[in-house]
Design a protein around this ligand. Structure first.
Ligand code: ZN
Length: 286
């Protein structure tokens, strides 16, 4: 594992490039530039990125991805992805530059110290318009009979608030079973992904023992708790493969959610560093 300070420096560098309104309608140049930045970084680390068109109304956008074969190329494939678009009038530092920066740093580390099995890393377009990019990805995989064995969606990874009482929970989640301080990362799965939730959580805790990791497994596809159906894992739940969301819990913690105040200076980079280390270690050890 790379030293913490090196991971943190790399995250900061990515965030300085990515943060800023990245909306396909209001700031398409910036959104495109960030998509290409992801591809260029993958390319720099020798990961042979590809861009995949995503169509939405009159708009053409793209997902970008790279695949690492890992030490055992015949092992099951895991897809890990983060959306790189933002809503209008929002610099999207936590949502979702934090996760894109983590995705890039995970990619860089896996290019140096390979994962145990094959990993596909993806930047998804247009999550904010109903998971359009990840839905395209899942639809195409279904059509080609090429779904991964598991999927990890990174949705907001960089905000903490350690004051007691600040952490909220969606209706249907028993708050008394969880911390009331907003300083943990959450792994959210469904019935089909119980094993992935367990292995990911174990791997993350092992690689980052100081990081608080909380898990939530919802029945079925989360129909009873609609708030868990708000990111790029959902198309994969629908396709019937194990998929989880890793998140700082979005607006259940972060008051800047979808606002102009979702800025780089509000992020907890030490926390984001720990989360990145945890996820990297999961791929290298499991
Ligand atoms: Zn988001």
């Amino acid at each position: 594992m790379a030293p913490l300070q090196e991971i943190k420096r790399n995250l900061q560098r990515h965030l300085e490039v990515i943060v800023g309104e990245r909306n396909p309608f209001t700031t398409p140049e910036k959104m495109d530039a960030v998509g290409h930045y992801i591809a260029d970084q993958f390319d720099e680390w020798g990961l042979s990125p590809v861009t995949l068109p995503v169509l939405f109304d009159e708009l053409e956008s793209f997902n970008v991805q790279a695949k690492l074969p890992g030490e055992n190329p015949e092992s099951p494939v895991i897809l890990i992805g983060a959306h790189y678009d933002s809503v209008p009038d929002c610099p999207g530092a936590d949502d979702n530059a934090s996760a894109v920066a983590a995705l890039l740093e995970i990619a860089r580390q896996l290019s140096v110290h390979p994962p145990t099995g094959p990993v596909i890393l993806a930047g998804f377009a247009l999550e904010e318009y109903g998971f359009v990019g990840s839905q395209f990805w899942a639809d195409s995989a279904v059509k080609n009979d090429d779904l991964p064995a598991g999927m990890i969606a990174l949705e907001m990874l960089g905000y903490t608030d350690k004051r007691p009482g600040v952490q909220k929970y969606p209706p249907g989640v028993s708050a008394s079973q969880y911390p009331d301080t907003g300083d943990f990362i959450a792994v959210v799965g469904n019935t089909d992904s119980i094993e992935l939730v367990k292995s990911l959580t174990t791997g993350m805790k092992h690689s980052a023992p100081n990081l608080g990791v909380e898990t939530l497994v919802v029945p079925g596809n989360g129909e009873l708790i609609q708030d868990v159906r708000r990111s790029d894992h959902v198309p994969f739940w629908t396709a019937g493969i194990p998929a989880v969301m890793v998140t700082d819990t979005a607006d259940f913690r972060n008051p800047n959610y979808h606002k102009p105040t979702d800025t780089l200076d509000t992020l907890d980079l030490d926390f984001l560093t720990e989360v990145t280390m945890a996820l990297t270690g999961f791929f290298q050890d499991s």
